[in-house]
Design a protein around this ligand. Structure first.
Ligand code: ADP
Ligand code: ADP
Length: 219
């Protein structure tokens, strides 16, 4: 049976940071909706042009575009053992669509680590985040600095600050999260797959707590 994990949490909770480590440990692909949008924006595809209009405002990309993009990604051969989803689903409609897609692959959402962090800390994390141009690896100028300023430790590419990590857009994104994504906590709680993770701890500790939750999953 494939293993599907959904990382849930507000912008800046540490989903990308954790996803990278967990996906490597579990040997499943890390699928970040935000990274796929940014790749499309960089390559100026139709999807990228459409997505960019809303991303700069801190709003969500329409469900139909997002769902089609994720379905396509989950259909790739490397997802046969499962996948770690980061940033998707973000609305109840996307969550329902995901359940249907996974049924087609004879799977389901097995675990939802919900990484929670107080709002003030989120703003500090996002406004100090530096992202790698090549593969989206993330660093923080204070909490997780790269060895060399402006360079990714992992692939050596340039680090940049995302346009939507400006304080005004960050505040808007947190508001959108509270309105549109928060209902998913109850949804996954009802399905019995939600695990609460304290995201205000050190990066290594958060990883250890998520790994403990994964070890308890019965496939
Ligand atoms: P998300 O994908 O949920 O938006 P990221 O993984 O990109 O979050 O993390 C947001 C910022 O916070 C990044 O700059 C990252 O380096 C930093 N960060 C992530 N986890 C922690 C942590 N546990 N403690 C301190 N800083 C963290
Ligand atoms: P963060 O890491 O801070 O949580 P992401 O990289 O996941 O941010 O997302 C950046 C932006 O991309 C979002 O603010 C939104 O505009 C868009 N986006 C990402 N995932 C989705 C999704 N599942 N549905 C709609 N829009 C999305």
């Amino acid at each position: 049976m494939p293993l599907y994990i959904v990382l849930l949490g507000p912008p800046g909770a540490g989903k990308g940071t954790q996803a990278q480590r967990i996906a490597q440990a579990m040997n499943i692909p890390h699928i970040s909706s935000g990274d796929i949008f940014r790749e499309n924006i960089k390559n100026k595809t139709d999807l990228g042009v459409q997505a960019n209009r809303v991303i700069v405002k801190g709003e969500l990309v329409p469900d139909d575009l997002t769902i089609a993009m994720i379905k396509d990604r989950l259909s790739k051969a490397d997802c046969q053992p499962g996948a770690l989803l980061d940033g998707f689903p973000r609305t109840p409609f996307q969550a329902e669509a995901l359940a249907k897609i996974l049924t087609e692959f004879r799977g389901k959402v097995n675990l939802v680590p919900y990484i929670n962090v107080p709002e003030q800390l989120l703003i500090e994390r996002l406004t100090g985040r530096w992202t790698c141009r090549a593969q989206g690896h993330v660093f923080h100028e204070k909490f997780n600095p790269p060895r060399q300023a402006g360079r990714c430790d992992i692939d050596g590419s340039e680090l940049y600050q995302r346009d939507d990590d400006k304080v005004e857009t960050v505040t808007k994104r947190i508001k959108v999260y509270l309105q549109q994504t928060l209902p998913l906590i109850e949804y996954y709680q009802r399905m019995g797959v939600l695990v609460n993770i304290d995201g205000s701890q050190e990066i290594d500790q958060v990883t250890a707590n998520i790994m403990t939750a994964i070890e308890k999953v019965n496939l």
